[in-house]
Design a binder for this molecule. Structure first.
Ligand SMILES: C[S@@+](CC[C@H](N)C(=O)[O-])C[C@H]1O[C@@H](n2cnc3c(N)ncnc32)[C@H](O)[C@@H]1O
Length: 405
């Protein structure tokens, strides 16, 4: 099928000549090497469906699946049925190779434009689209097309570029356009030569030093010679959802959008943070830290988002089970404190708080944890509720812990 609009034609040409990301030859070796593709659905189940106790086989669409993503997810979730679509037959062929090699009979790969996804005549529990919609001429039309094949409790797991960290990228993209560079190997060499001679104060360096894309030519094309590329601020992320019939549900890495996580507990900004609603706080945090080159977030139908909204203050503690994010590690002892970490967010808690977090085992309810904390002598009965709340509420806000209810 041919791309159905001019931007798609340009993008299809890029990802035909420069498949992205770097292909993988063997998923077993890929995993054994410690490599991970973020957003793998099996561990994020409680985030998407906090009211479901039992794992069910899911129908999952990977929209703009590139060279590896759909095969990697299908490999880890054999009980789920996957469809991977992409404009680039060359990228799909890299995944077809993995399908054959690993016997992934739970994955169907199709050359298809997101704009034409309705032609599948299917709907999905989960739609993952990572680093794709910002390369469409009309990302809103792309999102509406995806929203159109979402089941009533379906969830969209999205990543689009963030404005803050990419300011310098767009300066370089504009300069390269004015210099007449195209996507030829000669242009790629020119980009490398220019980047090698950038003044150290150039704001693009923060991006360049933070990305793996400088290590291979398709990554350089993707970053600096991409003809269709836009980025989003936090308010634009909310508008992206709301203008297209969806509601914003959560950030994947809530801690990146929290002033409590990003500034010291005794910093004066914390007094002001309390006056902000969640979306304003996230925007302020993004503006002050300028560290987001991407925004990873979850969206769903507004009625579903309203139904699963969680508030620890009003929740039934006897029915709420906190569950650790699969990449949340700790505690490790550090002097009198205990250390925890996830995705680069490393933090210390006083020992009593750390011991409370260590009681989260995916089985105990909040009420069980409170009872156990008293029985183990971690806290006195009078203060137990307040201290368990103080330990666990921020973990839920940061995305380190999910709340099943
Ligand atoms: C940056 S790559 C990301 C690949 C993959 N999602 C990942 O995270 O590894 C973008 C991919 O989206 C595909 N793509 C871009 N626009 C598309 C569209 N309108 N419909 C389908 N695929 C598209 C491209 O061909 C490319 O393979």
């Amino acid at each position: 099928m041919s791309p159905s609009e001019p931007a798609s034609a340009k993008i299809a040409a890029q990802y035909k000549n420069w498949v992205y990301p770097q292909p993988v030859e063997d998923l077993e070796q890929f995993v054994a090497s410690g490599a991970r593709i973020r957003g793998e659905p099996s561990g994020l189940w409680p985030k998407y469906w906090p009211h479901r106790r039992k794992r069910q086989p899911l129908d999952i669409l990977i929209a703009g699946c590139g060279t590896v993503q759909a095969a990697y997810f299908a490999y880890h979730n054999r009980d789920c049925r996957f469809v991977g679509i992409d404009l680039s037959a060359e990228s799909l062929e890299r995944q077809a190779f993995l399908v054959r090699k690993h016997g992934l009979d739970n994955l169907v790969l199709l050359e298809k434009n997101i704009l034409d996804v309705a032609e599948l005549g299917r709907d999905f529990d989960l739609i993952v689209s990572t680093g794709v919609l910002h390369h469409m001429g009309d990302p809103d039309a792309g999102l509406r097309a995806l929203a159109g094949c979402l089941r009533p409790e379906g969830v969209l797991d999205l990543m689009v570029y963030g404005k803050g960290l990419r300011v310098g990228v767009y300066m370089l993209q504009e300069a390269f356009r004015l210099l007449g560079l195209d996507q030829s190997p000669q242009s790629v060499e020119m980009v490398k030569a220019v980047i090698g001679a950038l003044p150290t104060h150039h704001t693009a360096n923060t991006y360049i030093n933070s990305t793996k894309d400088m290590k291979f030519d398709a990554g350089i094309v993707d970053s600096f010679l991409n003809p269709v590329d836009r980025a989003y601020s936090v308010p634009e992320i909310y508008a992206f959802c709301e203008n297209n019939g969806l509601a914003f549900m959560a950030w994947q890495e809530g801690f990146r959008y929290s002033l409590a996580a990003r500034f010291a507990a005794d910093h004066p900004i914390q007094r002001l943070a309390e006056t902000l609603d969640a979306r304003t706080e996230a925007h302020v945090c993004d503006l002050l830290t300028q560290s987001q080159g991407t925004h990873s977030f979850v969206a769903a139908r507004p009625d579903y988002v309203a139904r699963i909204r969680f508030d620890i203050d009003t929740a039934d503690w006897t029915a709420t089970i906190p569950v650790r994010h699969p990449s949340f590690v700790g505690p490790t002892a550090e002097g009198n404190a205990l250390a925890f970490a996830r995705e680069g967010h490393r933090f210390f808690t006083p020992a009593e708080m750390g011991r409370i977090l260590a009681l989260i085992d995916g089985q105990r309810t909040l009420a069980d944890i409170e009872t156990r904390a008293v029985a183990d002598g971690i806290v006195g009965a009078n203060a137990a509720h307040k201290i368990v709340h103080a330990a666990i509420a921020p973990m839920i806000a940061y995305g380190h812990v999910f709340a099943l209810f």
